[in-house]
Design a protein. Structure first.
Length: 394
């Protein structure tokens, strides 16, 4: 059996930065060992920069890749949403070409696994090539209770397409697809209930507290989201806000045995995190992971979450790229670099762990990805010291 040997000034193992080590894998990329350089023998490939396991992009919308540069940066949440809904429908051939190009770029830049939001089955042919691992989140949307059954049935149709093509190896829950709610402002209580009971022990995700406008609407019923519904021609006179934050309104709609990946978290507060901790201790709320998508947040104009607050509460943090409709690239190194620039007190190895091992844990695939542990096939990526360039080398 042939072996490959990799070394660099620093190797990130998945949890710590180490020096003077050599990573040894078999020909298929399965980790054999991390050894001292003097024990590694010959034929070692030396790289400049940091060797790291492959990145886990915990939140992406691959099917929106044809929308790159379509919606101007800084448009704000409401106009961004209207832009996506109004301009996502184009010729299928162009959509498929953009999906293939975006996946190729992700793979070249070191991404090995993706938590991907799906409203259609357009990404399925590309995913069946097996170049990356995908956790498919089949999104259901509908703010009117009267449409809940039809909206859930539509999501279920897409879900069954993905389930029929599921790979033999999935995550710790035994499934690489699940039906999920879009966001607190776009899913009715009835639709939430249908989604929750359809997978009582599964992995779900939710766009959470992505903007001040969302928080205002959920707490008071006021603000920019009313313009969204007016533009869509929806009568929401029935809506009665509970006076609670977005997180506190929606998180109890999930089941305690579920795991939920909350994405964006711009306005998540101390009170929200205390609410979560108390609910988890009481056994009434699901397990939660928090996903950061900094470049998309800045692109849309929503600002960044209070990352230090999230750190103080010890939550599991992961990183995603969001879509090419809301980002210049699906590049995890660029996301980590943005976090490093805005939060320089956070150690680099912590940021790298969010983009590798933490993401693998959140998606339930830590048995294969996220760290250089014997038996895993996490991919091998070299990242420049300034985090400007990342590429897969093994």
């Amino acid at each position: 059996m042939g072996y490959r040997k990799f070394s660099a000034p620093q190797i990130f193992t998945g949890s710590e930065l180490r020096e003077a080590l050599v990573l040894i894998t078999d020909a298929d990329g399965r980790v054999e060992a991390l050894v001292d350089r003097q024990e590694a023998g010959d034929d070692v490939q030396y790289w400049d920069g940091i060797l790291t396991p492959g990145f886990v992009n915990a939140h992406c919308h691959l099917e929106l890749s044809h929308m790159k540069d379509v919606i101007p940066a800084g448009s704000g949440m409401i106009d961004f949403l209207l832009g996506v809904m109004g301009q996502r429908a184009v010729q299928e051939e162009l959509v498929l070409q953009a999906i293939e190009a975006a996946e190729t770029a992700m793979r070249q830049q070191g991404i090995v696994a993706v938590g991907d939001i799906c409203n259609t089955a357009f990404t399925l042919p590309q995913k069946q090539a097996g170049r990356l691992y995908y956790q498919n989140f089949i999104e259901a949307t509908g703010f009117l209770d009267a449409t809940a059954a039809a909206r859930f049935a539509a999501a279920e149709t897409v879900y069954h397409q993905f389930r029929a093509a599921a790979p033999a190896v999935t995550n710790r829950w035994g499934a690489n697809s699940s039906i999920v709610p879009h966001a607190p402002y776009s899913v009715s209580p009835t639709l939430f209930g249908l989604i929750a009971i359809s997978q009582p022990h599964g992995l779900l995700t939710l766009h959470n507290q992505e903007s001040e406008a969302e928080e205002q609407f959920m707490q008071t019923g006021q603000g920019g989201f009313n313009r969204l519904y007016e533009t869509l021609g929806l009568d929401i006179a029935f809506y009665q806000p509970q006076g609670k934050t977005s997180l506190q309104t929606t998180l109890p709609r999930f089941l305690p045995n579920q795991t939920v990946l909350l994405v964006h978290n711009i306005t998540t507060s101390e009170a929200d995190l205390q609410f979560l901790e108390e609910g988890r201790q009481a056994g009434s709320l699901p397990e939660v992971h928090f996903c950061l998508c900094p470049n998309a947040n800045l692109y849309i104009g929503n600002g960044l979450p209070d990352v230090h607050l999230l750190l103080q509460h010890g939550v599991n943090l992961v990183i995603g790229t969001d879509s090419l409709a809301s980002n210049h690239a699906l590049d995890m190194a660029a996301e980590i670099n943005t976090l490093r620039q805005h939060f320089p007190q956070i150690p680099l190895q912590t940021l790298l762990q969010w983009g590798t091992l933490n993401g693998a844990i959140a998606l339930g695939i830590e048995d294969r990805f996220g760290s250089f542990e014997p038996g895993k096939q996490p991919g091998v990526v070299i990242v420049s010291e300034d985090l400007s360039v990342a590429r897969r080398v093994g």
